[in-house]
Design a protein around this ligand. Structure first.
Ligand SMILES: O=C1O[C@H](COP(=O)(O)O)[C@@H](O)[C@H](O)[C@H]1O
Length: 240
């Protein structure tokens, strides 16, 4: 694991986008596509600000998946895809098209949306028992959750499904789908990007105290794990 501490939230955004760009170039050189997973929450704001500033202008080989998604209409403020659609696609900020986002099926149950999403993912990884994403961009909630994997929830122990439904999310909205740990930990690179003093205590519990909270269970089996944090979020890390 590598922890990169930078000064400010803007520096977190720049470092995150620099690492995304490098990984995209390598992946496209190796296999012609870049398969990346986006989370929602603060990460959506980071990417909306940072991606338009990278040198890359040709995004045609990018395919964007969702690490988790809230099951609400796309025009609902809680929709993660809706956020990216408005800030990146509709605004013309980057040359990404709707078809490059592998979207969660709308208007069906969480169970059906999860099954459908696993099937959509499997088309990019023919014959594989687990998908290997080039990069997953993750957030850490104030309770230590990541994706829609919440502390103490039975989904933390899911080993069979690639994508799981959740209908009792403690953070609203309750109905969501999420990648599961076997998939997350099979990625080539997992990156957490975290900023702000409100994340400092949880970051200590995860990185210093190594409490078995969901975000601490992201431990890629052969891939890399990076944490990019600003000085405020990382305040308790310097002492160790
Ligand atoms: O609900 C969610 O929360 C987490 C963390 O969000 P943050 O705003 O505290 O960074 C996010 O990673 C996840 O995608 C989202 O559905």
């Amino acid at each position: 694991m590598t922890v990169i501490v930078v000064e400010s939230k803007d520096d977190v955004i720049s470092k995150l986008c620099e690492i995304i760009e490098t990984t995209a170039i390598e992946s496209i050189q190796n296999k012609g596509l870049f398969l990346i997973g986006f989370s929602g929450g603060s990460l959506a704001t980071f990417l909306s600000k940072g991606l338009p500033k990278i040198k890359t202008k040709d995004f045609s080989q990018w395919r964007i998946f969702f690490c988790d998604e809230r099951l609400v209409p796309v025009d609902d403020a809680d929709s993660t895809y809706g956020l990216y659609k408005r800030s990146l696609i509709d605004s013309g900020a980057v040359a990404l098209k709707e078809e490059q986002f592998i979207q969660i099926k709308q208007g069906v149950s969480a169970e059906d949306a999860a099954t459908d999403y696993a099937s959509q993912i499997s088309k990019f990884f023919p014959g594989s028992s687990l998908p290997t994403f080039d990069m997953l961009l993750l957030g850490m909630g104030p309770d230590g959750h990541t994706c829609s994997l919440f502390p103490g929830h039975p989904l933390l122990n899911e080993t069979k499904r690639w994508v799981a439904p959740i209908t009792d999310s403690p953070k609203p909205p309750p109905s969501r789908v999420t990648l599961t740990f076997p998939v997350i930990n099979n990625a080539r690179v997992c990156v957490f990007a975290t900023a702000g003093k409100e994340k400092a205590d949880m970051l200590k519990r995860i990185l210093v105290d190594q409490e078995k909270l969901p975000a601490a269970r992201v431990q890629p089996s052969t891939g890399k794990l990076l944490w990019i944090v600003d000085r405020e979020a990382g305040i308790h890390l310097n002492k160790h």
